[in-house]
Design a protein around this ligand. Structure first.
Ligand SMILES: N[C@@H](CCC(=O)N[C@@H](CSC=O)C(=O)NCC(=O)O)C(=O)O
Length: 280
């Protein structure tokens, strides 16, 4: 697999890079950012945290506004931020911001016109970890997931479905039950079709109800998030985790909204929380 370097910039003694590669999962070029901390030259493979972004985002939103570089440099943690969908003129799209390019929902689409390129689930569980392991001093046995909103949905569902691949999972303002909210109902119908049984395999609350387990979950959620009641519904995750005895730390952060000001405020907590579990 060939990686094309798009940019590389020194940051807190490490390097903030952006790469592009041809993806077999999407059949398109895919771009991701990767922060390589200073410890990367030490000869010991480093743990990796994947940050999955939300609707309308590329790799760039968290890279430029997430504020993770200083703490990743201190901890010796690689952070990888993939794009949120395949992109290109030949890739199916939609005029709305919450479907199509920039809104891949981390599923493998089965429905036309999206099934040709929208392979974001396979990209995340197979191709990207393999590429990172082969190209960087990363320890494939020490990988974790976090994400925001649609990306929080991606992090939770991918971790619940693949507990042997990812050691820990957290999320910022995640869509916890896409089968039961407008963003998710629209996207899952378009990508997976009308059979709601297929949706349950990409719905964190439904996965937990159906027996999927992770050791614990950390979620931060702003109380002034304009999407809180209609799209996010963290209380549904709290109910499912309680019923399944999954320890959930759900922190309702007073006055915070859905933006990267919220994410960057609590990013350090998430990095340290994951690092403790990646080193355990
Ligand atoms: N109508 C808005 C909605 C887009 C938006 O708020 N996107 C969020 C993620 S929402 C859930 O996945 C986001 O992260 N935006 C990028 C940013 O840098 O803030 C719109 O179209 O703007």
């Amino acid at each position: 697999m060939t990686l094309e370097t798009i940019s590389a910039a020194r940051s807190f003694g490490g390097t903030q890079c952006v790469y592009r590669h041809q993806s077999r999962a999407t059949g398109t070029p895919m771009t991701f950012s990767l922060y390589l901390p200073p410890q990367a030259t030490g000869g010991t493979p480093l743990p990796v945290l994947y940050f999955l972004s939300g609707l309308t985002c590329t790799h760039a939103n968290v890279t430029e506004k997430g504020g993770y570089q200083r703490v990743c440099a201190e901890l010796g943690l690689i952070l990888v931020a993939p794009d949120t969908s395949p992109r290109g003129e030949e890739v199916a799209d939609d005029d709305a911001y919450d479907l199509g390019q920039g809104a891949g929902f981390y599923v493998d689409a089965t429905e036309a016109p999206f099934e040709t390129h929208y392979g974001m689930y396979s990209y995340m569980i197979d191709e990207l970890p393999e590429l990172i392991g082969a190209s960087f001093p990363a320890d494939p046995r020490r990988a974790s997931l976090t994400g925001h909103s649609m990306g929080g949905h991606g992090a939770l569902t991918i971790a619940l479905k693949n507990p042997s691949l990812f050691r820990s999972v957290s999320a910022f303002a995640p869509i916890v039950a896409p089968s039961r909210v407008p963003w998710g109902e629209k996207a899952l119908a378009a990508y997976l079709g009308s059979d709601r049984a297929a949706w349950r395999r990409h719905d964190a609350v439904a996965l937990i109800e159906d027996g999927a387990r992770v050791p614990e979950i950390l979620v931060d959620q702003g109380t002034s998030d304009s999407f809180l009641e209609r799209e996010l519904k963290p209380e549904l995750l709290a109910e499912a985790c309680a019923a399944a005895s999954i320890p959930l730390t759900l922190r309702m952060q007073q006055g915070y909204d859905h933006s990267y000001y919220f994410i960057s405020t609590f990013m350090e907590d998430h990095l340290r929380w994951h690092m403790a579990r990646l080193l355990a």
